[in-house]
Design a protein around this ligand. Structure first.
Ligand code: MN
Length: 737
C-alpha cells in the first residue's frame, strides 16, 4: 500500500484550522484519500493528476465557509461517474454517511446543461438542479465551485468545448450565483466566460481599463489616504478598499446601455466597511460633506435590501480633478453577505433564526418547482425560470411603505398577488402614485402602488393568465379557477378539446370522442373526463401537452376507414344554373342569401361548397374547411350540402375583394411592421384588421386582408415570405364556432 501523501491538502487543512470553525479532520482526510485512490492514474487534459481538480474544488468550498460534509463531498464529487474505478453511491453512504452521499449524488445528477441541447433536455436539467437545490442548497454551492474551477482551467479544452461551457456559465451558472448573492463567484465566472465568448471585446476593454488606471494610478491611493485621515478623526472602527470595475461589468454597461468607456461613472469605487448600520449613515454624511454628490445616484440598499440579500449604501461623488467615483458603505456582516450571499447565511440543520431565514430566501425555488408540477408545459416552465432567475428586480411600495420586490416587467396584477392571494382575487383596479392605472400596467422602480379591491368582484379573469409575468400569480389564478369555477372550466375545456379535434380534422362521433378523451385523461392520471376538461379549463394542463396524445390515440384506434369527402349531389332535381349576385353559382337553388364563411374565407379560384344553414341562407365554405368535414361526419346533415362554384363568366357580378385571414410569424425587429405594411400597400392590399402578440423574441401578427382571388392571395403570401425576418406566413382556417 502506498504511503498516503498529505502534501496536496496540507494548505487546505491549515486554512481550516485557522478559521475558527469546527471540522472533523479525520473524515476530511479520509475523503481525500478515498478520492485519491479512485482517481489514481487519471489525468486532466492539462496534464495534471486528476485529483488536483477535486482538491481545488474542496478549497473553494472551504473558502465559502462550508462544513465538513460539504468539503468531503467536494473531494468525492467526481468519483461516482468520472473515474475509471468508479464507486457507487451506496458505498459513499457506507463510508461517509447519508449527508455526504446525498450531496455527491446531487452534484453528480446535475449534468452539464448543454444549451445547444434540445430545449426539453435543457429544461429537464435545470429542473433537476433546482430540485437538488431545494433538497439541500449545499449541492448547488459545490456545483458552482466545481464550475468555477473548470472555468479557471478551461484554456486546455478545444475551441468548441470552450465556447459551449462558457455560454452555459454565462446563461445558467453566473445568474444562479447572482440570485444566491454569491457575488465573488459570480464575477469570476462572468469574467472568465467573457474571455472565451468575446475574446476581442474582452482584450479591448481590459486594455482600456489598464490605460485609464495607469493614467490615474495615484487616484485611488490618494483617495484612500484622504478618506482614512478624515474617518480616523472619529472613533469608528473601519476598513477601506479601492477597486476598479471588472472587465465584464464595463462590457455590460457599454453594450447594454450603449455607453462609451468614458461615460462609465462608477469605474472607480471606494468601499468603506464599518461596524454598525448607524456608522454607515454617519460615513455617508461625511462623504457627502467632503465631495459633491452626483444627483440621482444615491441608493439605499440597507433599508431596501436586494432580493439576493445584498445590503449597502451606494453614492457617486465627484473627486478632485473632476473624476467621479462610487462609494459603497456597509457593515462587516453586510460585506460578508455581499461576497458570499446565501452561503454566508447558511447554517446546517441548526433550526435557528438563520436557517428559517434561508428557507425564506430560497422560497422562490419551491415556487418555481411548483410551476412545474402544477403541470404547465416545458415552454412555460422555461419562461418562468428565466423571469424568476435571470431578471432584475424592481421595488415598489405599498401605501403603508412596505417594499415589494417584483421581477422587471411584472404587472400590477402580479403585485396584488404578491401581497396576498385574496387581494389578487378581489382586485378590481389599481392606483400608481395616487392615480388610477389599468391593472396590466407595468410599475416602475419606486412607484407607490395601491390595489383597489371589492367584495363584489367576481374573481380573476382568464385573460390575466396571459398578462401576469410571475409564476406565483399565474399559479394562484389557476388555483382560483380550479377551485371556484369547475363547471365553467369543464365547459371551456370541452370546447377547447372540440376545437382541437376540428383543427386536426379528427372526425368521429361524440361517443368516440369521449372514449379518446377518457383514454388520454387516464394517461394524465385522471379517471373522470370532467376532471380532465376541468384541468384544461383552468390551465393546469396545456393543450400543447395533450395535442399529440389525442392525435395518436385517434390514429391508432379510432380512425374511420377512408371515406372520401365529396360533394353530395343535391336531392332536389337539378335545375338550370342560376346567376347569383354574390359571384357564386349555386345549383338547384334560386335567389337565396349567400354569405362567405368566416372560418375559412374562401377565395375565387378555390374549390367551394355550400352549406344550408338554419335560417341564414347558404354559407360558402372551402371544400376542405374543417367545419365542413365535421358537419359532414354527422348523418343528419346529409341533405344540407349544395354544390357551388365561382361565377367566372363576364356577366357574373363579382365582389371586388374578399377577406382572408393570415398569420405572420416574425422575429422582433425595429420597423418590421412598417416593412410589412409597405409591402402590402405596394400590392394594393387593404389591411382590414390587425392584432399582434409577443412571444419572447418573436411576434405573431394576425391580420385580415382583402384580396381578389386565390392567385392574388398566393402572390401576397410569397411577397411577405420574401421579407427579411419573416419566419412563417400561414393562412388561418378557423375552428368551428
Ligand atoms: Mn468536477
Amino acid at each position: 500500500m502506498d504511503t498516503p501523501d498529505f502534501k496536496p491538502i496540507e494548505q487546505l487543512l491549515s486554512l481550516l484550522a485557522s478559521n475558527g470553525k469546527k471540522y472533523d479532520f479525520d473524515k476530511i482526510k479520509k475523503a481525500f484519500l478515498y478520492a485519491d485512490e479512485l482517481h489514481k492514474g487519471q489525468m486532466r487534459q492539462s496534464g495534471d493528476p486528476y485529483i488536483s481538480h477535486p482538491i481545488a474544488v474542496a478549497e473553494i468550498v472551504a473558502s465559502l465557509g462550508l462544513d465538513t460534509d460539504s468539503i468531503c463531498a467536494a473531494f468525492l464529487h467526481d468519483t461516482v461517474e468520472d473515474c475509471p474505478d468508479k464507486t457507487d453511491i451506496n458505498k459513499v453512504k457506507e463510508l461517509f454517511g447519508e449527508d455526504v452521499a446525498l450531496l455527491v449524488d446531487g452534484v453528480t445528477k446535475i449534468k452539464s446543461i448543454n444549451i445547444e441541447d434540445k430545449e426539453e433536455t435543457h429544461i429537464e436539467n435545470i429542473r433537476k438542479m433546482l430540485l437538488a437545490m431545494s433538497k439541500d442548497v449545499r449541492v448547488i454551492f459545490i456545483k458552482l465551485c466545481d464550475r468555477l474551477h473548470n472555468m479557471r482551467t478551461l484554456y486546455v479544452k478545444k475551441d468548441e468545448k470552450r465556447r459551449i461551457t462558457a455560454l452555459e456559465t454565462m446563461h445558467v451558472y453566473a445568474p444562479l450565483a447572482h440570485r444566491l448573492g454569491m457575488q465573488r463567484i459570480k464575477q469570476e465566472l462572468e469574467n472568465l466566460a467573457l474571455q472565451y465568448l468575446d475574446p476581442i471585446g474582452y482584450k479591448e476593454i481590459k486594455a482600456h481599463i489598464e490605460e485609464k488606471y495607469g493614467k490615474n494610478v495615484n487616484f485611488i491611493e490618494n483617495l484612500k489616504l484622504y478618506v482614512t485621515e478624515k474617518l480616523s478623526q472619529t472613533n469608528m472602527d473601519f476598513s477601506l478598499e479601492g477597486r476598479v470595475k471588472t472587465v465584464y461589468s464595463v462590457y455590460r454597461k457599454m453594450y447594454d446601455q450603449n455607453k462609451t468607456f468614458d461615460e462609465i461613472y462608477d469605474f472607480y469605487a471606494l468601499r468603506i466597511i464599518v461596524q454598525t448600520e448607524l456608522d454607515c449613515y454617519t460615513v455617508l454624511g461625511m462623504i457627502h460633506e467632503m465631495y459633491k454628490s452626483v444627483p440621482g445616484r444615491f441608493k439605499d440598499y440597507i433599508s431596501t435590501p436586494k432580493p439576493n440579500m445584498y445590503q449597502s449604501l451606494h453614492t457617486t461623488v465627484i473627486g478632485k480633478d473632476g473624476i467621479p467615483f462610487e462609494v459603497q458603505i456597509r457593515t462587516y456582516d453586510m460585506h460578508h453577505i455581499a461576497e458570499y450571499g446565501i452561503a454566508a447565511h447558511w447554517k446546517y440543520k441548526s433550526g435557528d433564526k438563520a436557517s428559517v431565514d434561508i428557507d425564506q430566501k430560497l422560497s422562490w425555488i419551491s415556487k418555481l418547482i411548483d410551476t412545474e408540477t402544477e403541470a404547465a408545459d416545458s415552454e412555460e416552465f422555461m419562461h418562468a425560470f428565466k423571469i424568476d432567475i435571470f431578471h432584475d428586480e424592481i421595488f415598489v411600495f405599498t401605501p403603508k411603505g412596505d417594499v415589494v420586490a417584483l421581477p422587471q416587467g411584472a404587472t400590477l396584477i402580479d403585485f396584488a398577488y404578491s401581497i396576498h392571494t385574496g387581494v389578487g382575487n378581489k382586485m378590481v383596479g389599481a392606483k400608481i402614485n395616487g392615480r388610477i392605472a389599468p391593472i396590466d400596467t407595468v410599475p416602475q422602480n419606486g412607484d407607490i402602488v395601491e390595489v383597489i379591491t371589492s367584495n363584489a368582484s367576481k374573481g380573476p379573469s382568464r385573460d390575466w393568465l396571459s398578462i401576469v409575468r410571475t409564476s406565483e400569480a399565474r399559479n394562484k389564478i389557476r388555483q382560483w379557477f380550479k377551485k371556484e369555477k369547475r363547471q365553467e372550466n369543464i365547459l371551456v375545456g370541452r370546447s377547447e378539446i372540440d376545437k382541437l379535434f376540428a383543427r386536426h380534422r379528427l372526425i368521429c362521433t361524440e361517443e368516440t370522442k369521449l372514449e379518446i378523451v377518457a383514454t388520454v385523461a387516464k394517461r394524465f392520471g385522471m379517471n373522470e373526463a370532467d376532471d380532465f376538461f376541468n384541468a384544461i379549463g383552468y390551465g393546469g394542463i396545456t393543450l400543447s401537452k395533450v395535442e399529440m396524445k389525442i392525435r395518436d390515440e385517434y390514429e391508432r384506434n379510432h380512425k374511420p376507414q377512408e371515406r372520401e369527402i365529396t360533394v353530395i349531389e343535391p336531392t332536389a332535381p337539378v335545375a338550370k344554373r342560376h346567376k347569383s349576385t354574390s359571384g357564386v353559382i349555386i345549383d338547384g337553388l334560386d335567389g337565396c342569401v349567400v354569405k362567405f364563411a368566416k372560418c375559412c374565407n374562401p377565395l375565387p379560384g378555390e374549390s367551394i361548397i355550400g352549406f344550408i344553414t338554419k335560417g341564414y341562407g347558404i354559407s360558402i365554405h372551402k371544400s376542405d374547411c374543417p367545419n365542413i368535414s365535421l358537419a359532414f361526419s354527422d348523418e343528419n346533415n346529409a341533405n344540407r350540402f349544395v354544390k357551388a362554384e365561382w361565377d367566372v363568366s363576364a356577366s357574373g357580378a363579382h365582389k371586388a375583394t374578399y377577406e382572408s385571414a393570415i398569420q405572420i410569424f416574425v422575429n422582433n425587429r425595429i420597423s418590421m411592421l412598417a416593412e410589412i405594411s409597405v409591402a402590402l400597400a405596394e400590392m394594393h392590399v387593404d389591411i382590414v384588421s390587425i392584432s399582434t402578440k409577443n412571444v419572447s423574441d418573436s411576434t405573431i401578427l394576425n391580420m385580415t386582408i382583402s384580396c381578389k382571388d386565390i392567385s392574388h392571395f398566393n402572390s401576397i403570401v410569397s411577397k411577405l415570405r420574401s421579407i427579411k425576418d419573416v419566419i412563417r406566413v400561414t393562412r388561418v382556417v378557423g375552428a368551428p364556432k
